[in-house]
Design a protein. Structure first.
Length: 100
């Protein structure tokens, strides 16, 4: 006589993992992460490098100023009054403003 052995019962189905609750700071707000402060740029973002002021000062053959590079890079994206900046893109201040 042959003994018939029943197959073992199936293992219990795993319980779905509870969704991890976000970690909160002492004020009950989600903790800031690199991605929440600086979210990744969309893949179609165009990155336009600019020459550093150090490189600009070292290159005597260039006639383009940093401010012109900034203006060219931002002309389709930002409306800025460039008269407030010097040729290196640094904000111009009056002597009166610096004494405050």
């Amino acid at each position: 006589s042959s003994d018939i052995v029943a197959p073992p019962p199936p293992p219990p189905s795993p319980t779905p993992a509870a969704p991890e609750e976000p970690k909160l700071d002492r004020f009950g707000l989600p903790i800031a992460t690199e991605d929440t402060i600086f979210p990744p740029l969309p893949p179609d973002t165009v990155l336009i490098p600019a020459t550093s002021s150090f490189q600009m000062k070292q290159t005597t053959t260039t006639t383009t100023t940093i401010l012109e590079e900034i203006r060219d890079a931002t002309k389709d994206h930002l409306g800025i009054d460039y008269s407030y900046f010097d040729e290196f893109g640094v904000e111009k201040t009056t002597e009166r403003e610096t004494r405050r």
